[in-house]
Design a protein around this ligand. Sequence first.
Ligand code: FEO
Length: 171
Amino acid sequence: MDTKVYELINDQINKEFYSAYLYLSFADYYEEEGLKGFANWYEIQAQEERDHALIFRNYLHENGCKVKLTAIDMPDKTFSNYLEPLEAGLEHEKYVTSLINDIYAAAAEAKDYRTMKFLDWFITEQQEEEDTADTMITRMKLFGGDARTLYDLDQENAARVYNTPSPLANA
Ligand code: FEO
């Protein structure tokens, strides 16, 4: 595998674990605020991010490349209202999209068509994650100011269940 493509993928393992850590910190915030549904939603999101890390890890193994795990940064965000984690989530997903795009661009440069194909799933996933994050912001702005509708939002988020992402389910 091209060195730059390899290094970006190996770094992405760390970035995805950081995403898991970041979303766990969001879950902690909501848990402490008594919004257990939102806490559940972000706990599951953290699981999905861990899964993303594993998908990249597996891809390196499948291609005979060494996995080098590195230290995960501490999530350092503090929040003063229920909207802020949601906005930070959208901002973070846009950043992750840019990272995936960077890997794709490096793979294209290296004519690494296999990696480009592998990344297709992540490109679609990032579109969905940005869309979901945006919807959560809109709904919080619309309904978060009223205790009863906030309760309903929290109940909806409590219903989220974990599903193994297809690249891991089929691994
Ligand atoms: Fe792994 Fe939320 O992107």
